[in-house]
Design a protein around this ligand. Structure first.
Ligand code: NAD
Length: 295
């Protein structure tokens, strides 16, 4: 029987641990500033979910909404204010930003000490070097799912489809580290990779993060492989009440018949991202309160 790797359960367990820990904090609670620029409907939903999770765990959230035509100078001023604000431990700038803004420049304005998304180049560099830092939340969530289900990547061939800065590249950096829960042999594939199937078939652990609905089919997967589907794609589904549904980058039904374990969509990697954001925020809070090495 193929095992389902249920991120929603892993995430619930991480959130419960965090809540227990936060309840022990006397005085100020951890604080997360969440910034939304513009009217992107999906971004509004994500920001709402982050605020709700903060409230559930006892993290204070500070919402800042800028209009679609806000200038880069306005956003930089807001970020600098939050960098200096002692009630704020973490800053989350919801992406995507409106097209007139330079995303890298805005993200780089966030203080690395408050960069709970793990996107600042200083933190990405530390991650690559195996130094302690904020890990970007979605790949961090993938690592935690594997840990929860006792799937050790050590010595395994991990093939990652996708080389984005938020999933593929940081996940490769995490998997390759010389540390417990990692130690994998890593291959990254992308849109220019040739003979993709011959590479994916070598994977002991196959991770799909490409954004193409049900792209990974059974013929691309080795018998007994672990398959992690990061993709979240909304597709037409006239048979449903909503007329659409969410699917991953993996053709779940057919790949399930080949894989030994697989994450579903929804309920797999998706719920992990917010849980890891909360974990990073609590880490930021503790570092803010105490000298680095005492944590
Ligand atoms: P992206 O669009 O930034 O990158 C896609 C990557 O896929 C690129 O590096 C590209 O080279 C690669 N690619 C495209 N076609 C390919 C092919 N045929 N073979 C191999 N590689 C190919 O995407 P992203 O931001 O990394 O997101 C990927 C998917 O993960 C999306 O479905 C997104 O919605 C989802 N996602 C989910 C979460 C979550 O919380 N679970 C978070 C981030 C992204």
């Amino acid at each position: 029987m193929t095992k389902q790797l249920l991120g929603k359960e892993v995430s619930a367990s991480i959130r419960a641990e965090l809540k227990t820990e936060i309840d022990t904090f006397t005085g100020r609670k951890p604080g997360l500033a969440v910034i939304l620029v513009g009217e992107n409907p999906a971004s509004k939903v994500y920001v709402g979910m982050k605020k709700k999770t903060c409230a559930d765990l006892g993290i204070e959230s500070f919402e800042h909404i800028l209009s679609q035509d806000a200038t880069e100078d306005e956003l930089v001023a807001l970020l600098n204010g939050l960098n200096a604000d002692d009630a704020v431990d973490g800053i989350l700038l919801q992406l995507p930003l409106p097209s007139h803004m330079d995303e890298d420049k805005m993200l780089n304005t966030i203080s690395p000490e408050k960069d709970v998304d793990g996107f600042h180049p200083q933190n990405v560099g530390k991650l690559l070097q195996g130094q302690r830092t904020f890990k970007s939340c979605t790949p961090y969530g993938v690592m935690e799912i594997l840990k929860f289900y006792d799937i050790d990547p050590a010595g395994k061939h991990v093939v990652i489809l996708g080389r984005s800065n938020i999933v593929g590249k940081p996940l490769a950096a995490m998997m390759v580290q010389k540390e417990s829960g990692a130690n994998a042999t890593v291959t990254i594939c992308h849109s220019r990779t040739q003979n993709l199937e011959s590479i994916t078939k070598q994977a002991d652990i196959l991770v799909a993060a490409i954004g193409i609905p049900e792209y990974v089919t059974a013929s691309m997967v080795k018998e007994g492989a672990v398959v992690v589907d990061v993709g979240i794609n909304r597709v037409d589904a006239p048979e449903t009440e909503k007329g659409s549904k969410l699917v991953g980058d993996v053709a779940y039904d057919e790949v399930s018949s080949v894989a030994s374990a697989i994450t579903p969509v929804p309920g797999g990697v998706g719920p992990m991202t917010i849980a890891m954001l909360m974990k990073n925020t609590v880490t930021a809070f503790k570092e803010h309160q105490a000298p680095l090495d005492s944590i």
